[in-house]
Design a protein around this ligand. Structure first.
Ligand code: ADP
Ligand code: MG
Length: 481
């Protein structure tokens, strides 16, 4: 029975989507997750509606682990999922019909063995909405991210890949500690470090392997402070055998979190535990991160990943299509590889979008259709304004440096620019208040609400401020065209 204080299916699904969104590209999200409608929540069972049977099959085949993980995060270990697909009759009319009733099994598909000491509570709580800090689960990795599914390029990632294999074979025992992999988005950093984790676990399932992101670490740290659990938090992070922290650039400006991480880092290193980090730039170029932490980051091996060359892009498309059991014509592979050069996530996203078009609309793979898909992708990509874009443009507009967006200072003109940026982030990006606050030096969501209110009131009263904000909006729109 649903009691009156139970959350709605929309709220629960929305929380699941937050976890899902962090793990896939914007295009994949748009293609496969935006069309889903949550329709019912009863006890631990969530029913979602998908556009077709094919859609359901694709989700189950490709995103099963991710969906399951997110549901368990939000609903708990007994989470169940029921799909309802929309079927079509012969005349093409859409009929709503419950065709599938497949629940996620009660037990996890891959049992996670208990490490030697007492395990923390098995419920993963990575949902920022819940608030209270609970130890995250070990060994929550994407099973698709392995060395077997990672294509090694001649130049682009060969060294990073070799270093990762060395670490996977001897965690904590090589001089590559920490191993830091840096480079632009979608170049395989997360895949590579999770491959290390999957490899270590496959060879020794008792190892406590923890994958997290600097954002997640920060959220948990803040929650642990709020709940008076800093000691438990700290002890937990010091108890792992392998600690992987993705995207450490987001530690920037978060001094207290950095301090806690610094001590955890040292403790783990002294115990001979392996640390693996990724960053969007070389640690040397990190701004807003304490020098002593940066120098720690550099005391192992730092290596980069570069955009893949043409041959690697071809190999990646061949591998992905073989994995999916799909025969992509070589002219289509060549077309995609020639036209998508910047990163692998985008290459993969276009390939998936092409599959979706062919399957949903019953079209053949062709260069013509690929061209259409690429065109769509270009427009989706351009309409995505990020928090960083806004910080940059607002800082430029008010002639302050970007660092001040997440600095502690309360100087009036800086605080004002920061409020304008927060307001625009809420208006123009899909990020939660919590995420926005975090990107402004770890401020909490009430600060963001306050900023939005202040600016809203100000523009309602004052024509000069309104035109100021309009001009920033125009600049941002211009960037995104
Ligand atoms: P990053 O963390 O650098 O932003 P990801 O590791 O998330 O990038 O990679 C983006 C996508 O591209 C993932 O789906 C990943 O599996 C795929 N990918 C990246 N590099 C490779 C590679 N060398 N071989 C196969 N797939 C790759
Ligand atoms: Mg990544």
């Amino acid at each position: 029975m649903l009691n009156s204080s139970a959350p709605s299916p929309e709220t629960v699904w929305d929380r699941c989507l937050r976890v899902i969104r962090e793990n896939i590209s914007a295009l994949t999200y748009k293609t496969w997750f935006e069309p889903i409608k949550p329709i019912q929540l009863e006890d631990d069972q969530l029913t979602i509606q998908v556009p077709s049977q094919f859609f359901y099959e694709w989700l189950e085949e490709h995103y099963y682990a991710l969906i399951q993980r997110s549901l368990e995060n939000v609903i708990g270990p007994k989470a169940k999922l029921v799909y309802r697909a929309i079927a079509e009759d012969e005349s093409g009319r859409k009929l709503q019909q419950q065709v599938i009733d497949v629940s996620l099994p009660d037990t996890e598909p891959v049992p996670i063995p208990a490490p030697p000491s007492a395990r923390p509570t098995p419920v993963i709580d990575r949902s920022p909405a819940r608030g209270a800090w609970k130890a995250p689960n070990y060994s929550v990795l994407n099973p698709r991210y392995t060395f077997e599914t990672f294509v090694k390029g001649e130049e682009s990632n060969a060294f990073a890949c070799a270093a990762s294999v060395a670490v996977a074979n001897n965690p904590g025992k090589t001089t590559f500690n920490p191993l830091v992999i840096y480079g632009g988005v979608g170049l395989g950093k997360t895949h590579l470090i999770q491959a290390v984790g999957n490899y270590i676990l496959a060879h020794d399932p008792t190892k406590r392997v923890l994958y997290t992101s600097s954002d997640q670490f920060t959220i948990e740290f803040v929650e642990s402070i709020q709940n008076d659990k800093v000691r438990e938090f700290t002890n937990f992070y010091r108890s792992v055998d392998v600690l992987m922290v993705d995207d450490i650039q987001f530690f920037s400006g978060k001094e207290k979190t950095q301090d806690n991480f610094f001590h955890t880092f040292n403790a783990l290193q002294q115990l001979g535990k392996q640390i693996i980090l990724t960053c969007d730039r070389s640690p040397k170029e990190l701004k807003g991160v304490d020098d002593r932490l940066v120098s720690r980051f550099q005391c192992g091996l730092t290596t980069d990943v570069q955009p893949p060359d043409y041959e690697t892009r071809i190999a990646i498309l061949q591998m992905k299509s073989a994995e999916d059991g799909i025969e992509l014509p070589s002219d289509v592979i060549e077309y995609l590889a020639r036209n998508i050069t910047s990163n692998i996530r985008e290459l993969e996203g276009c390939y998936i979008s092409l599959l979706a078009h062919c399957s949903l609309e019953g079209k053949e793979f062709s260069v013509e259709l690929s061209r259409e898909v690429l065109h769509n992708v270009a427009s989706i990509k351009k309409s995505q304004i990020t928090i960083q874009d806004i910080q940059k443009v607002v800082a430029g507009h008010y002639k302050i440096t970007e660092d001040l967006m997440f600095a502690k200072t309360r100087k009036q003109e800086i605080a004002f620019a920061r409020q304008v940026a927060m307001f625009l982030c809420k208006e123009l990006t899909g990020n939660s208040l919590k995420t926005i606050g975090m990107h402004f030096g770890g401020r909490d969501h009430s600060t963001v609400i306050h900023a939005c209110k202040t600016i809203e009131e100000m523009v309602a009263k004052d024509a000069h401020s309104l035109s100021d904000i309009e001009s920033i909006r125009r600049q941002l729109n211009f960037m995104s065209q």
